[in-house]
Write a protein that binds this ligand. Structure first.
Ligand code: PHE
Length: 357
């Protein structure tokens, strides 16, 4: 029995893993294990022999069983320690400064503009890019014969032979979203709508698809003064300067009355554009007080509500802010261009954290 004890305690001490422990258990105290077989021999012994051998065998069995479970627990502890050592992570390492891809300047500028207007209480509205004749033109007070339709170089879709309804168009501006949004929420409302628009035109400053951002604020007593303040706040925040003066130039849009072209004060020195100072003016976009007929077309009573709308070119704002000379390059998908002008995808533009970093 002493030999058995020595043999198994030695084997258990040297077992490498839990599988080896299980093998040893079967071999020693399993049904056909060495110690179990010894216990069967008790039956053949004389009562005197049995009285000595019985308790001794039981004690041996207990001792081996507890050696087995102690070793099993020790092995599990060691395995956990090894795992904790291997799966160690240095959380004080700096994050990667540049991920593989970059954010396209259009996406970046759209995010920047959205952050600025969100801070002034504007939410983002969307509409379809394939638009009905009604939303793109008529509802905006541009009837069929109006010259504005021709000026916009519209892309038309085709109707089936014999279908005489007016064709759908690729929206020529984001203004149809004004109508859809007012229909959906009524007044008061405060939205911006960034998105793609389409006009048949192509040169250094025109592409057949480009991006606009529409703004709309309707309430009981909104005026041109509110419009001017909003645009000045926006321009200063967007170009990241203290102050930018806005000038209104009398203009005409069928959907606003009065209408004004938006100019930002600037200077050009040695081909360098500086916003906010100087004696030059930079064209920014169109704006005005929403025409009563447009409010009516969107189901809003013009006797009770009024407000302003404006439209700015996102691509143009991106070119001015980031010194990008050719609009067409935006849509070439040239990787070298994207690496040069693209933005860090891990940085979200915010007013408090900085718009462009
Ligand atoms: N929709 C006009 C355009 O594309 C811009 C605009 C928007 C003008 C809102 C006034 C008010 O030219």
């Amino acid at each position: 029995m002493d030999d058995l004890k020595e043999k198994y305690l030695g084997l258990i001490a040297n077992a490498a893993d839990e599988a080896a422990i299980e093998d040893l258990r079967v071999q020693a105290v399993g049904k056909k294990g060495e110690i179990s077989l010894k216990m069967r021999e008790l039956g053949k012994m004389t009562p005197e022999e049995r009285q000595v051998a019985g308790p001794a065998l039981n004690a041996l069995k207990d001792e081996i069983n507890s050696a087995l479970s102690a070793k099993k627990a020790a092995l599990a502890d060691a395995a956990l320690d090894a795992r904790l050592r291997d799966e160690w992570l240095d959380v004080t390492l700096p994050s990667r400064t540049r991920a593989q891809g970059t954010i396209h300047p259009i996406s970046q500028v759209t995010e920047e503009i959205t952050a600025i207007f969100a801070d002034m209480g504007f939410s983002v509205a969307e509409g379809p890019q394939i638009e009905s004749d009604w939303y793109n033109f008529d509802a905006l007070n541009i009837p069929g014969h109006h010259p504005a339709r021709a000026e916009m170089d519209t892309f038309y879709t085709h109707r089936k032979e014999g279908d005489n309804r007016p064709p759908h168009v690729l929206r020529t501006h984001t203004s149809p979203v004004q109508i859809r949004s007012m229909e959906a929420t009524g007044a008061p409302t405060r939205i911006i709508c960034p998105g793609r628009v389409y006009r048949s035109d192509y040169d250094q400053t025109h592409t057949p698809m480009f991006h606009q951002i529409e703004g709309l604020a309707i309430d009981r007593d909104i005026s041109m003064a509110n419009l001017k303040w909003v645009l000045e706040e926006f321009a200063a925040a967007f170009f990241e300067v203290d102050k930018i003066e806005v000038r209104f130039r009398a203009s005409h849009f069928p959907f606003t009355e009065p209408s004004a072209e938006i100019d930002f004060r600037c200077s050009w020195v040695d081909g360098q554009l500086k916003l906010g100072e100087g004696d030059d003016w930079l064209e920014g976009g169109g704006s005005g007080m929403v025409h009563p007929k447009v409010l009516q077309n969107a189901g809003i009573d013009p006797a009770e509500w009024q407000g302003f709308a404006f439209g700015l070119g996102i691509d143009r704002l991106a070119m001015l802010k980031y010194g990008i000379p050719d609009l067409r390059a935006f849509f070439d998908s040239d990787l070298r261009w994207l690496r040069h002008y693209g933005f860090n995808p891990l940085v979200q533009p915010t007013l408090h954290g900085g718009l462009s970093r």
